[in-house]
Design a protein around this ligand. Structure first.
Ligand code: SIN
Length: 326
């Protein structure tokens, strides 16, 4: 381990991990994004005498990049976060990054970062399901696990650790609104576990091949990102919102289809019209596992294995990439 003079940088963006409730017994009603990243780090470092060997030589630095409930995450904050990641990653004494984030949109941020940052250094997101002042707050342990992972893991790209589970940014989804282990990687499964300050990789896990889309420096200002929305097929789905979106100038639509990407005749007709009007359409499934397997009946491109929210990010990046090459 060449940790001397190496540091792990912890970037704070808010979330429940930085949340505060009215009392130490209240774990569900609280305000997210109240405590600064320095406070969170101090609590985690407070347990330093019990730290694993792997971390003992590292220094830690922190930066408050944002302070929000991740339901309000936006493209300006994504740009700023990605730029700050690039800044720290370019420094030779930075071994890896940890990012604290709200659980609600973490998978979208992780997916976005994994496609705009090109580095062999680890970028580990972490979070909490209970606020920082809760009696059994899960944040401090998650933060320690993330720092351990950032110090010991290479070439994994962007990943998440929470409740002792390591998930890859490509596969991870929040699947439970309140449980401590709220994340899952579907059929692929988690990448590993952190248990008792030891990282255990699962042999069954294969790292996905990540395709670069754009560098952060190639992204246009957030205000110029293409407008892409998600529409879902369901019983008696109306197409009125699609017509309204096209009228309003939407540039891309992701369909959360039923089953293997099916959709009602009404929805399909309206999407065909939208496509003729220049709107880019991408197909995904509202099933929370598996991928759409294209058949002759599919008339829209599908993004393999991605949830609707990640398909939306992928489509936006593709559209920005197309603009670059013109
Ligand atoms: C958030 O996503 O910022 C709030 C919820 C959470 O972190 O669990």
């Amino acid at each position: 381990m060449q940790a001397k003079n190496q540091k792990i940088v912890v970037l704070g963006t808010g979330g429940t991990i930085a949340g505060v409730s009215a009392s130490a017994n209240e774990g569900l009603a609280y305000k997210a994004a109240q405590r600064g990243i320095d406070d969170l780090l101090e609590v985690a470092l407070g347990h330093q005498k019990h730290w694993p060997e792997a971390l003992s030589d590292y220094q830690f630095d922190s930066e408050q990049v944002a302070q929000l409930d991740s339901k309000d995450m936006d493209f300006e904050t994504w740009m700023h976060l990605a730029q700050r990641c690039e800044h720290w990653l370019s420094q030779s004494n930075v071994a890896g990054l940890v990012i604290t984030h709200g659980t609600d949109t973490l998978e979208e941020t992780a997916y976005f970062l994994s496609h705009v940052l090109s580095t062999a250094k680890p970028i580990v997101l972490t979070c909490a399901m209970r606020p920082a002042n809760f009696k059994d707050a899960d944040g401090p342990q998650n933060l320690r696990d993330a720092m351990l992972l950032a110090a010991t893991t290479h070439e994994l790209g962007v990943c998440l650790v929470a409740a002792g589970e390591i998930h890859h940014s490509q596969y991870v989804q929040k699947v439970h609104p309140t449980r401590l282990n709220a994340f899952d990687s579907g059929e692929t499964g988690m990448a590993g576990r952190v248990h008792n300050d030891r990282v255990e990789w699962l042999e069954s896990f294969n790292s996905p091949k990540m395709t670069d889309k754009l560098r952060v420096s190639q992204l246009p200002p957030a205000s110029k990102w293409p407008w892409v929305e998600i529409v879902m097929n369901h019983v008696n789905a109306s197409a009125l919102h699609i017509e309204a979106l096209v009228q309003a100038g939407v540039k891309g639509l992701v369909v959360a289809g039923t089953g293997n990407g099916s959709m009602s005749t009404k929805l399909k007709q309206s999407l065909v019209l939208a496509q003729k009007a220049g709107v880019q359409i991408r197909l995904s499934t509202r099933c929370n596992q598996g991928s759409v397997i294209p058949t002759e009946s599919h008339i829209f491109d599908a993004t393999s294995g991605l949830s609707p929210v990640k398909t939306r990010v992928a489509l936006m990046l593709d559209m920005m990439s197309q603009l670059q090459s013109h």
